[in-house]
Design a protein around this ligand. Structure first.
Ligand code: FES
Length: 126
């Protein structure tokens, strides 16, 4: 990988879906809280995402069994679509195409919640 392509990956280090103020960002069912919370749609399961824990680690710590395998951003087993909210990633990962990122796909095992999140599993997993 060239130095230039590494810089490009760093520049595209986060994923954002609707803007703050969009009603999807703060659904009324999210409880009041100190940490961002994640919600899995359409199940409605919710869990807090403390600073430093990936979305997957936080889910598992609260009994939400999201699919996973490698837990380092390479296998794609945990792939979810970010319906609302904002994440940043612990690593540059090769596991998602630019098109997938643009469509809101994230890898929760290496994603850190920056805001409340609404997530969907791929249709073949749900
Ligand atoms: S568990 Fe492998 S990419 Fe997330």
């Amino acid at each position: 990988m060239s130095q230039h392509s590494v810089r490009t990956l760093h520049a595209d280090f986060s994923a954002t879906v609707p803007a703050p103020g969009d009603p999807a960002m703060n659904p009324p069912e999210f409880p009041s809280h100190a940490h961002p919370w994640a919600q899995l749609q359409p199940h409605g399961w919710q869990w807090p995402c403390p600073a430093g824990m990936s979305v997957l680690e936080a889910a598992l710590a609260h009994g939400v069994e999201l699919p996973s395998s490698c837990r380092n951003g390479t296998c794609r087993a945990c792939r979810c679509r970010l319906v609302a909210g904002e994440v940043r990633f612990r690593i540059d990962w090769p596991g998602l195409s630019a098109e997938e990122k643009a469509e809101g796909w994230i890898l929760p095992c290496v994603a850190l919640a920056r805001t409340d999140l609404a997530l969907e599993l791929p249709p073949d997993v749900g």
